[in-house]
Write a protein that binds this ligand. Structure first.
Ligand code: 8NA
Ligand code: MG
Ligand code: MG
Ligand code: MG
Length: 349
């Protein structure tokens, strides 16, 4: 059992890295059937053992995920001020990792206010509405793994770690939804195919609890809660025959953009759909299929593939990862070491 847990820690962080690194070159591109062939060839080429191309660089997604993992392994009790400092230091060391256009303002303010109120800079973004970007969700994997047997604290820390940069309800709850999806995948048997309907029903129950507190004056009707509605759409799309037309409809409804609302749901959809073969995603490896499929959705490809990769990695573990693909990802050995530390520290708690 402990070996399996350790493998899932590594699998999820490596899946997150791999989606980020392999997805980054396609960021912002639109998808056409031609692009699908290009992406298929890109994976086929990199998968060949003899291929020696330069590694694919990771972006802000991994840079920030590393900080979240370090924050959990360094202090005995999670210290959010320390996490804010890690984010800021990481950003100033390597600002050119493709960060969102607005989040740099938060880092500047955190630094200049000497971390007196770590939630304030984020709360001031967008005229006080806060960012709804997917920046909280893209870095959340270490929290799901670390708190896999403590749902309440997982949700709390997913929320608070996100609030350092994202003040908008949709940015925060999107990060919580992604954390819940990773945790659920983590808890499932890697030798069994995930039952998509059950997976969605559990997510729906959990995110409903989270969302309803924001809509207290509303009747208890989950149809009206934003992420609950998206999960119902995921269930609907999973039961349709997958065609190019359906893909367009999926992108239109689930989104593929830089907001959490328009990216976390499609990442979850990709994970669930890739449990089984998908037309024109030619591979037998479920891990690769998930990431390749996520990239063919276009838009914010690094982040959508990063999130889908974190979920499938938490389900299948490290063994399922194609090693010839992994070696093209920048600093994958650092991520393995970090996952190991995270696991060891969890055992000490
Ligand atoms: P962020 O907080 O800067 O948000 C990203 C962007 O979302 C902002 O710059 C705005 O354009 C928009 N936005 C967020 N909240 C609001 C709001 N309340 N009102 C109006 N617009 C809003 O950064 P983040 O950390 O959330 O960003 C994450 C994404 O940006 C990731 O995908 C990451 O990889 C990066 N990124 C994406 C692209 C891309 O083209 N897809 C390019 C560069 C960087
Ligand atoms: Mg990125
Ligand atoms: Mg980017
Ligand atoms: Mg991105």
């Amino acid at each position: 059992v402990s070996n399996q847990i350790q493998s899932k820690f590594r699998g999820s962080l490596l899946g997150s890295l791999m989606g980020d690194c392999l997805g980054a070159p396609f960021e912002g591109e639109l998808v056409s059937s031609g692009d699908k062939i290009i992406i298929q060839r890109y994976f086929d080429k990199m998968e060949k053992p003899e291929y020696e191309g330069p590694f694919k660089k990771y972006t802000d997604d991994t840079a920030m995920m590393k900080s979240v993992a370090k924050f959990l392994v360094t202090t005995p009790e999670p210290d959010l001020n320390y996490l804010a400092k890690l984010f800021v230091n990481e950003y100033y060391n390597e600002p050119k990792r493709g960060y969102g256009q607005s989040v740099a303002t938060v880092f500047e303010k955190l630094k200049h206010s000497k971390y007196t109120d770590i939630f304030r800079p984020a709360s001031e973004q967008f005229d006080g509405r806060g960012s709804y970007g997917n920046g909280g969700a893209m870095r959340i994997a270490p929290i799901s793994l670390y708190f896999h047997n403590d749902l309440e604290n997982m949700i709390k820390l997913a929320r608070d770690s996100t609030r350092i940069t994202h003040g908008h309800m949709l940015g925060i709850n999107g990060a919580i939804l992604q954390a819940l999806a990773i945790r659920q995948a983590f808890l499932l048997d890697p030798t069994e195919t995930v039952k998509a309907d059950e997976f969605c029903n559990t997510l729906l129950k959990q995110i409903h609890e989270v969302e309803k507190s924001y809509f207290e004056d509303l009747e208890d009707n989950s149809e009206d809660l934003p992420y609950c509605a998206k999960i119902k759409q995921i269930k609907y799309f999973l039961n349709q025959e997958f065609t190019d037309d359906l893909q367009e409809e999926i992108i239109e409804n689930l989104g593929h953009g830089i907001s959490a609302y328009d990216s976390v749901p499609i990442a979850i959809f990709c994970f669930l759909k890739a449990q089984n073969p998908i037309p024109r995603i030619e591979t037998n490896n479920v891990f690769r299929r998930t990431i390749q499929f996520a990239i063919t959705m276009g838009g914010d490809t690094d982040t959508i593939a990063c999130m889908a990769g974190a979920i499938v990695g938490a389900h299948l573990g490290e063994e399922a990862i194609n090693k010839t693909l992994l070696k093209h990802c920048e600093k994958y050995d650092d991520i393995i070491a970090l996952a190991h530390k995270l696991y060891e520290n969890r055992q000490l708690q």
